[in-house]
Ligand binder design. Structure first.
Ligand code: PLP
Length: 445
């Protein structure tokens, strides 16, 4: 059996080379960037990331769930290189080329239960969201939109109006787009209606409650679309009850509303299915994809039922959306991810089992949830049961120093979203460090 790599920290990060780059960046880059910890990357390979001082890290966050095929997957690099050598731009809105047509065909082939679909290619997730807002209004001729507390849909002005995960994403950027109603999201671990987990999972009543509240203010016949993440990403890697998504589907069907799944984080194999719609067995009218779709190349997609994508010639377009190099990267990514799905499911199962063991030994671990390589580990104070955002922040930093790249979400959850090429052996290496870091923070002496 091949020997498994381990993280290797040769120089305490940030080392001297990293410090130089950080200094230059901090002198000139926008102060709005977050920069979670001082990781300065030189190169990556599979789930491994190397910094400019020669340290090696195991990546459990894939650049926020983006490096789906791992860092610089040879097939993706080859597709990018060959495509760039032919031509870099001609504009898919106005002209034709093979990678554009092939990618649209391929994306339209997933989830046959949705029937015939059509695809619009974008440069990012937020643009897919903006486009879907336009499409939903255009198709239905209705003004209102429904979204959820805890949701994250992007950073452009329409998308922040739908977002409900943190007030800082919206504060002082208004007035925001009107006509949006935010409802509580199903969260069996922390039910908005304070019901026990099992009861919530079996018989979630969020949609029933939402309808009652909503109908006091608006007529559902005025609603163009419901935007929902089938698994909330930024909001805390929250897996809702299946009944929640099924009830949303029924509410939409009863009222001529479009159901839009924002799968920008949950799609492209993350849950062990190509899309979380497949994991839950609930079909939307529109799926939004981005992040993992290009393995890091900027590309997104609006995948809609043909009967819904009724906007007409020239009503929507994009200069770069689906440019040949990104489209080639996406085609290669989908081929690699299709083949990886069984591994994503089995390694994900092994990770969940190991994390539940870790939970049993460490009372600060309050919940472990997930599917495939989309796993949330929620931390709570064992006595007060309150979230512990400081602990989560420190855990990110301590893990970084030990060569494990983590990223938080929600109030105090670590999202485990590694490149999908991660092997079971590599996963165990990372989880051992993860537990060591938790213990180190819990028992500093
Ligand atoms: C669910 C979801 N929607 C939309 C977006 C926005 O995508 P982008 O950053 O590519 O604009 C994100 C990004 O984190 C996301 O997780």
């Amino acid at each position: 059996m091949a020997e498994v790599l381990h993280p290797e920290i040769r120089i305490k990060p940030p080392g001297p080379n990293a410090q130089k780059i950080i200094k230059q960046d901090e002198a000139h880059a926008s102060p709005s960037y977050i920069k979670e910890y001082p990781l300065v990357v030189e190169r990556g390979q599979g789930p491994w990331v190397y910094d400019v001082d020669g340290n090696r890290y195991l990546d459990f966050m894939a650049g926020i769930a983006v490096a789906s095929t791992g860092h610089s997957h040879p097939k993706v690099v080859q597709a990018i290189t060959e495509s760039a050598q032919k031509f870099i731009h001609i504009c898919g809105t106005d002209f034709y080329y093979q990678p554009f047509a092939t990618l649209c065909e391929r994306l339209a082939s997933y989830l046959p239960e949705m029937g015939k679909k059509r695809v619009f290619l974008t440069n990012s997730g937020t643009e897919a969201v903006e486009g879907a807002i336009k499409l939903a209004r255009f198709h239905t001729r209705r003004p209102l939109l429904l979204a959820f507390q805890g949701a994250f849909h992007g950073r452009s002005t329409g998308a922040i109006a739908l977002t409900g995960s943190k007030s800082k994403y919206r504060a002082f950027f208004g007035p925001l787009m009107p006509g949006i109603y935010h409802a509580p999201y199903s969260n069996p671990f922390d039910c908005p209606y304070h019901r026990p987990k099992k009861e919530c999972e079996m018989d979630c009543n969020c949609v029933e409650k939402m309808q009652k509240g909503f109908q006091k203010v608006h007529d559902p016949k005025e609603v163009a679309a419901i935007f929902v993440e089938p698994v909330q990403g930024e909001g805390g890697y929250i897996f809702p009850a299946k009944k929640f998504l099924k009830d949303l589907r029924s509410f939409c069907d009863d009222n001529g509303i479009l159901l839009v799944f924002d799968e920008i984080q949950s799609g492209v194999g993350r849950t062990g299915e190509m899309f979380a719609a497949g994991y839950y067995g609930v079909m939307p009218d529109i799926i939004l994809s981005a992040k993992g779709l290009g393995s890091g190349m900027p590309i997104g997609a609006i995948i809609a039922k043909e009967s819904v994508m009724t906007w007409t010639r020239g009503t929507h377009g994009s200069t770069y959306g689906g440019n040949p190099v990104c489209a080639a990267a996406a085609i290669a990514t989908l081929e690699v991810v299709d083949a990886l799905l069984p591994q994503v499911r089995s390694v994900g199962e092994a990770m969940l089992a190991k994390l539940r063991e870790i939970q049993s030994r460490n009372p600060i671990v309050a919940d472990v949830r997930g599917s495939g390589m989309m796993i949330g580990v929620e931390f709570r104070d064992p006595k007060t049961k309150k979230p512990v955002p400081d602990f989560m922040g420190k855990l990110e930093q301590v893990a970084f120093q030990q060569g494990l790249l983590l990223l938080g979400c929600g109030e105090s959850t670590i999202r485990i979203a590694p490149p999908l090429v991660l092997t079971a052996a590599e996963a165990m290496v990372g989880l051992e460090i993860f537990e060591k870091c938790i213990r180190q923070l819990e028992n500093p002496n």
